[in-house]
Design a protein. Structure first.
Length: 701
């Protein structure tokens, strides 16, 4: 038996240098982390002790990246480890993360707070050769990054910053681990078939499979018939939409909306309070009034005032319509409430999804289950890939020889329109025990151009929690899940089309209120007949999605759109309320939350529920003081798609302009400069208001 070799410590030797997941052992991570830190320190010593005058080339650029077989080991192992920590973790990996997080944060601080290194960077920033615009952007980002990491602080300030950032990194990790454990801990187990009333066959079949998998090791598992529901969206959402069992809907709702609030080791309330205060103190230590001021200095929104202007404008525009939507829903519910006297019925949060579905059926005779048979996952994949082909000419070829980290994951080679290799694309579709909820795009390798001129191509991954196949049916998606796929695929195109010189400026390395443009832009295609016609065929009969259903989809596009907008705005308000605090946060999280987003909330607020403790975006996901970005980018995506609507949704000239000016350019220029180059001017909110039916189209005479 040959001796095991740590795959991180040598060239991978795989196709396209993809991660050899099949050769990685748990113990390889720690060894590679520590060796990566040692190599970083060696590089640091060489740089700061370089007797030559600091220049852009010997200080800002990595002088070793043209050496044979060079790669950034710490970046390589960190990328794999933390991606797997979200997509395929276990107790051993969680424990290793707890061990390594403070070591890695200390190392990052050692680099960013090294006075000799910063002195060289500062000198280059003040005195440098003639630079290209991309080089200038890299230099500015490098200098500003060190300043924003505390390089200008005195020694006492630097030491305090170390303490704050190390504590914050640990708490962010703990927040995520608590949330995963709490979400996976809850199950609703049903053995009385009558309690499945109202649920569609797809939901019942999935629950039966979940029961079977959960009880597979029990001796009498096959003799007991049952159904198991979880808080994963493919299980939770249908239950809340279709179940006639109001008490069980309440149980599911309260389970989901009270995670991490219980009196146990997974409670996130104090963690959230501490994170809010840590970030405030970090910002103030660096000379900003609030954490939001610190964040928004490098955002398109620029300042707190502009964020609130956007959120308030959206409330003013959408709330009147949202209130009408709410009244219509309550009126329907009061006259169709199941076994509840009309006079005593009161709409509760666990009723909203159920009666929204009833109203949608009444108004449009449409629901998710009608569409599922036409959205079989393999066909949806073909449709999404086909869309990319029609727009940009790229093709996808599954390659089962590329190692993956779980059998659910598919790996594809991506080829450009001229047939040249473009990227590797991983797709991870279904929920499982060690996987965080939600959906996201990430990378295992970024894009950059070496000193020798080699264009290193990216390896991108989309991770989702879509409906699983069952023993009876393949994976049949909802239209909402198709939109989720398109959203994350839009992020992946941003990564795959990256074509810049420096990795830190490539792909999705852009300002966070610009990064959602490519993803939200792709969602627009979901209801376009021309697109649906390319893949939406009945999984059994092969019949195309009927024109009548497409008509209903389009007609119902803005159903409850105002309420959905206010929901997003409420999250933005909550985020800003926490991170515009100038003084220490001492409030109780739950009542503070209720007050912070009140003007955007339409329904009843229950005293025990809490969003904050599970709001990964703003507590552990990098969107702190940035959740408004989704609405900011929605203005951009509606405006951008209006160009495609004008010239044809598959117009390749328009698509090429979008690729050249936005998708390929990463963060090499200011986002508004890139957008105006594509659009010909700045965006307005008009396209979004028209798309949502808030503002009517003006017809030409």
């Amino acid at each position: 038996m040959s001796e095991h070799r740590n795959p991180f410590l040598e060239p991978y030797g795989t196709l396209h240098d993809t991660v050899p997941f099949d050769r990685i052992r748990l113990e390889d991570f720690e060894e590679a982390f520590m060796e990566g830190i040692r190599r970083d320190n060696e590089y640091l010593d060489k740089t700061i002790n370089n007797p030559e005058k600091p220049t852009f080339d010997n200080t800002i650029l990595n002088p070793f990246d043209d050496e044979k077989g060079y790669y950034d080991l710490l970046d390589r192992v960190s990328t794999v480890f933390f991606n797997l920590l979200s997509a395929e973790t276990n107790d051993e990996m969680d424990a290793l993360a707890q061990k390594m997080q403070p070591i890695l944060t200390k190392h990052a601080n050692d680099m960013r707070l090294n006075p000799q290194l910063f002195e060289r960077i500062k000198r280059v920033h003040l005195h440098h050769r003639r630079l290209t615009p991309e080089e200038k952007m890299l230099l500015d980002n490098c200098y500003e990054g060190f300043v924003r990491s505390g390089a200008l602080l005195d020694e006492a300030g630097k030491e305090r910053l170390r303490q704050l950032t190390e504590e914050a990194s640990m708490l962010s990790l703990q927040f995520s681990q608590n949330l995963l454990k709490e979400n996976k801990a809850f199950t609703l187990q049903i053995t009385d078939e009558k309690q499945l009333d109202g649920l569609p066959d797809t939901a019942k079949e999935a629950a039966a499979l979940a029961w079977k998998e959960a009880n597979s090791k029990e001796p009498n598992a096959n003799s007991t018939k049952g159904w198991l529901f979880t808080l994963d969206m493919p299980s939770y959402s249908p239950f809340m939409t279709y179940s006639t069992q109001r008490d069980l809907r309440q149980q599911m709702y309260m389970a989901r909306n009270t995670v991490c609030t219980h009196d146990n080791s997974e409670n996130n309330i104090e963690i959230c309070k501490r994170l809010i205060n840590l970030r405030r103190e970090i910002a103030q230590l660096l000379g900003f009034k609030t954490y939001a001021d610190y964040v928004l200095k490098h955002r398109m929104a620029s300042n707190v005032r502009n964020v609130y202007r956007l959120l308030d404008n959206l409330i003013d525009a959408y709330k009147p319509t949202a209130l009408k939507e709410r009244e219509e829903l309550k009126k329907l519910a009061a006259h169709s409430s199941f076994s509840i006297p009309h006079s005593s019925f009161k709409m509760m949060p666990w009723d909203t999804g159920f009666y929204t579905h009833k109203l949608q059926m009444k108004k449009y005779n449409l629901d998710a289950e009608m569409l599922r048979p036409y959205f079989e996952l393999s066909k949806v994949i073909d449709g999404v890939f086909g869309l990319a082909n029609r727009l940009y000419g790229i093709t996808f070829k599954e390659n089962k020889d590329i190692p993956v980290y779980h059998p659910d994951v598919k790996a594809y080679e991506v080829f450009d329109k001229d047939g040249s290799y473009l990227a590797v694309f991983y797709a991870d579709f279904h929920p499982r025990k060690g996987k965080q909820g939600g959906a996201w795009m990430t990378e295992y390798q970024g894009q950059w151009i070496t000193k020798k001129g080699e264009n290193v191509r990216p390896h991108v991954s989309v991770v989702m929690n879509l409906t699983k196949p069952t023993d009876e049916k393949p994976a049949l998606l909802t239209l909402g899940e198709v939109e989720t796929f398109l959203h994350e695929f839009g992020h992946s195109l941003h990564g795959m089309f990256a074509n810049t010189r420096f990795e830190s400026l490539s792909g999705t390395n852009v300002w966070w209120d610009f990064v959602e443009l490519p993803s939200q832009f792709m969602e627009n295609f979901a209801i376009e007949k021309e697109f649906l016609r390319t893949f939406a065929f009945h999984y059994q009969t092969g019949e195309p999605l009927p024109d009548e259903l497409i008509r209903r989809i389009v007609k119902s596009r803005n159903f409850m759109a105002a309420s959905a907008c206010l929901r997003q705005v409420s999250f933005g308000l909550l985020d800003m309320a926490y991170y515009t605090k100038k003084d220490a946060f001492t409030d109780d999280i739950i009542p503070f939350e209720k007050k912070a987003w009140k003007k955007a909330i339409l329904g009843e607020q229950l005293p025990d529920t809490c969003m904050t403790v599970q709001f990964s975006h703003i507590m552990a996901g990098g969107y702190a003081a940035g959740y408004y970005s989704y609405k900011w980018a929605e203005v951009l995506d509606a405006d951008a798609f209006s160009v495609f609507k004008k010239h044809g949704i598959f117009n390749q000239k328009t698509a090429q302009s979008f690729r050249d000016n936005i998708l390929s350019r990463g963060g090499t220029e200011h986002p508004m400069t890139l957008y105006k180059r594509f659009r010909g001017g700045e965006p307005t909110i008009d396209a979004l208001l028209k798309r949502n039916g808030i503002k009517r189209e003006t017809k030409k005479s």
